[in-house]
Each structure stands twice: as C-alpha cells, then as structure tokens.
Design a protein around this ligand. Structure first.
Ligand SMILES: NC(=O)c1ccc[n+]([C@@H]2O[C@H](COP(=O)([O-])OP(=O)(O)OC[C@H]3O[C@@H](n4cnc5c(N)ncnc54)[C@H](OP(=O)(O)O)[C@@H]3O)[C@@H](O)[C@H]2O)c1
Length: 311
C-alpha cells in the first residue's frame, strides 16, 4: 500500500492531479475512494468491470481511466483549463464553461479548496470538473500540472487568471523586495507564458483554440506603490498582444480582459468575507469570457475592458 493513498488530497497531490468529476464510469469519486478504504480495512474486495483487483492503487488508476471523459461530447469539445481558481472570478469562469458543456480543469495551489469548488461545480452543472494543483511561480509545477491537464484530452480553452496576492495598500519602492517583485512577474507573466506554450501546439494543430488572460486596471495604468501588480499585469498584456499577432492567423483567439474594478462581489455562493460592496459580479464577468470564446472568428475582440455601471 503506497503511503497517502487514502488521504484524498494527498493521493491526488502525489499524482499532480485531483479527479473530482461527477462520475467515474458512472460512480462518484467519493464512492471509489470509499471502496478503496473498505478494501484496505479488509471489509470488502475490489471489483472492476466484474474482475477482482487486489492492488487499491491499480483500482484507483483504472477507475480514473474509466471515467467517461472520452465520451464523444468531451472529445469534440476538448478541455477548458482555468488557471488561478479561487472563490471569485476563477470559480465563476469554471462554472460558466461547465454549464456550457465543457469538461473543465481548474488549477491553483490550494488543493483542498479547489476540490470543494470542483465538486460544487460538477454537481451544479452535471459536468466533469478536475481539480489540479499548480503553483504558477514554479516552472516545474506548471509543467507537471499541464501533463495532468493534457492527459484529460486536448485543451480547447485556456483562461489564465492567476495573480500573486496584492496588498490594497501601496508600498514604498524601497520596501519592495526583489523576491516579491520576481514572484509577481512569475505568477502573472511567466506562468501565463508557459501555460500558453504548453497548449499552443495542440491549438495550432487543430486550427482552433481560445486563450484568455485576465488583466486589471493596473494593466493600463501603473500607480505609485503598486510595483509588483502593475509590472506583472503590463507584462501579461504584452504577452497577450504578441500571441494574438502571431497566432490568430492559425485560428487561435487570444484575448485580454481588463477588469476595471476595486473589488468583485460575492455571489450567493460566495462567503460573506469575499463580498465587496458595489463590486462587480464575477458571474457577470464570466459571461464575457464565454462570449469571447464563441465569437465569430471574422470579428474577434483582442482586448475588452469591463467595469460596473456605477463607476
Ligand atoms: N478581485 C478584484 O477586485 C480584481 C479586480 C481586477 C482584476 N482582478 C483580476 O482577476 C483575477 C482573479 O482575481 P479574483 O480576485 O477574482 O480571484 P479568484 O479568481 O477568486 O482566484 C484567483 C486564484 O489564483 C490563485 N493563485 C494565486 N497565486 C497563484 C499561484 N502562484 N499559482 C496558482 N494559482 C495562484 C489563488 O488560489 P491559491 O491561493 O489556491 O493558489 C486565487 O484564489 C486576477 O488576475 C486579478 O488580478 C481582480
């Protein structure tokens, strides 16, 4: 028995990937894990497709392989990979694409929270949602996470939404550490560069794909004291423009969304601490991401800014 196999997130962490779709060959992940737990306690044997399986690890692996992600609808639509999923915009975008029938991979660092979102979205949208751990500041983590994503199928949509946490208070230039500056650039720009590089060949090969980057008002206007955020978002915008100019001729739609808001409201599903008075509704913003994805290629938007009516 490999260590950690029964610990949900640890098992999945070991394998760089959490599987939290609504069904594994018609069964929930929870059921599969319960079977394994009972087998390890000697309470029951494991049966897969009518055959007895002795190694719980093999059982889990095979169950995962048997999930119906290779159904024709999933294959014809591909995967929507949302990088940087938290309680606000990332979750809303994932939910929107899941509701529209996509198999969705959601990625960020906190696997516990991510698994919760995956289960919630999968249940609501009756979709397959896979939670995969990623740290966008680490090139190795990004590479491993995308091995997991690409093992699910081809990526049709990449939304890059991750951003290093930013203080709402400005910092004096002399107080900004080189490390924090580098991390901000790594998360917002280097991670976006690497994720795009990993999915682009497949999109070019199929002559089709959408990459959407999340920017902010700091993408256009740098403010005193917000060195990390402004420089990171400027770099992301530059990346979006370069990619659009090189790849839209190959059928890949690259868009940059500038969210001009001081905060995003919670939705009914968001806890009180995440609610911001008069902020933008992330579900409403997610509609725009969807519209960008389904735009007619004869009239693509490269950049769009969104702000609340009362701003
Ligand atoms: N909130 C606003 O008011 C606002 C305004 C304008 C623009 N935006 C932009 O909108 C995007 C989403 O912001 P949001 O506030 O709505 O957050 P969100 O989508 O709810 O969550 C984003 C998630 O990114 C993840 N993340 C942070 N660092 C990461 C890293 N190194 N690797 C992987 N994932 C990482 C965090 O999860 P983990 O901690 O689990 O990794 C975080 O929860 C950001 O790009 C932000 O700049 C937000």
């Amino acid at each position: 028995m490999r260590p950690g196999i029964l610990h949900h997130s640890r098992y999945l962490y070991h394998h760089g990937m959490v599987l939290s779709g609504i069904s594994f060959w018609g069964r929930t992940l929870r059921c599969v894990l319960e079977d394994v737990e009972k087998a390890v306690k000697g309470q029951r044997g494991l049966l897969l497709n009518g055959r007895s399986v002795h190694d719980p690890f093999v059982y889990l692996k095979q169950s995962c392989k048997m999930r119906p992600m290779c159904s024709s609808s999933a294959v014809s639509k591909g995967i929507a990979a949302i990088v940087g999923v938290g309680p606000r915009l990332g979750r809303s975008i994932a939910r929107k694409f899941a509701h529209e029938g996509y198999t969705v991979a959601i990625l960020s660092r906190d696997l516990g929270k991510l698994s919760g979102y995956a289960e919630e979205i999968a249940r609501e949208a009756m979709a397959q949602v896979f939670a995969i751990r990623i740290d966008c500041a680490s090139t190795q983590s990004v590479r491993e996470a995308f091995e997991g994503v690409l093992s699910l199928g081809y990526v049709e949509v990449l939304v890059y939404n991750a951003c290093a946490p930013t203080s709402i208070n400005p910092s004096r230039f002399s107080d900004v550490s080189v490390d924090s500056f580098q991390t901000a650039l790594a998360v917002s720009a280097v991670g976006a560069f690497q994720c795009s590089q990993l999915v682009m060949p497949g999109m070019v090969e199929r002559g089709k794909g959408t990459i959407i980057f999340t920017g902010s008002s700091a993408s256009l206007n740098a403010s005193a004291g917000f060195y990390q955020l402004s420089c990171a978002k400027f770099a992301l915008r530059g990346l979006a423009q370069c990619l659009a100019k090189e790849y839209q001729a190959f059928g890949v739609h690259v868009a940059h969304v500038i969210i001009d808001a001081d905060g995003l409201t919670g939705t009914s599903r968001t806890s009180k601490e995440n609610q911001v008075q008069n902020g933008m509704d992330p579900d409403a913003i997610a509609q725009t991401y969807w519209h960008l994805h389904i735009q007619d290629k004869r009239a693509w938007t490269h950049e769009i800014d969104i702000r609340p009516a009362a701003s």
